[in-house]
Design a protein around this ligand. Sequence first.
Ligand code: GUN
Length: 293
Amino acid sequence: MAEAKIIDGKAFAAGLRARVAEGVAALKGSHGVTPGLAVVLVGEDPASQVYVRSKEKALADLGMNSFDHHMPADLGEAELLALIDRLNADPAVHGILVQLPLPRHIDTARVLARIVPEKDADGFHVVNAGLLATGGAGAIVPCTPLGSLLLLRDTLGSDLKGKRALVLGRSNIVGKPMAQLLLQQDCTVTVAHSRTQDLPGECRRADILVAAVGRPEMVRGDWIKPGAVVIDVGINRIPHPTEPGKTRLVGDVAYDEAVKVAGAITPVPGGVGPMTIACLMLNTLAAACRAAG
Ligand code: GUN
């Protein structure tokens, strides 16, 4: 069988970012409004610092304002809630992103609930999750599932209808919203997780497999139905197999095996990752457009 089509998330995201930049310029021209995203980072988690820096760079590249709030790891929850209250009230801030994970002394749910839903650029607020689960109208959709869906639609078009989709992972950030989005596309959706019996068997039935478990190369080639579309959300850093002291990025799918079986697959890096940031830009622009009326 021929090797899978490689789904080029990097190229798709570049096109999406270019369209967002056009929207930003149009909003400036028509309403004199520059979309702005507040990025809140608490502590010095190295991975979070990398993500936050790339979000801030993307904002600048697209002509949007970035309001950076890099806070010490010992910031109290009350101070963080007070910062969110200020950002909620600031008309120049159209979106608020609180980078996760937060330090353990802070109640993440309480913090996310404090963001006004209209400014919840990540789509993590229970109001947005509820809107998505009840039909989608008006919901701000979490960026990684949204980006994954855009890649799936680009690959399969209207062929999503009636397909068997398996979402591996049940997080609030990816798995659950991904399942809701696929349901909206008329897929038959299964959500599998660490306690699922016969995970390989469940995967093998799927025409669409979205892996979001954070376990390096867990999904093997023989778990994949021949011709299936595989979206690998995982970004795992593992020791380099041949160069001591170095690391390398791998997904949740054993790519070299899967590429021989799947019909199409996202690489890691260069698949879903760039789509997440592009969708964050899109969500911020959309929030600014709604605020501008
Ligand atoms: N941490 C891991 N993924 C995400 C994300 O999409 N948004 C935020 N805010 N934090 C994260």
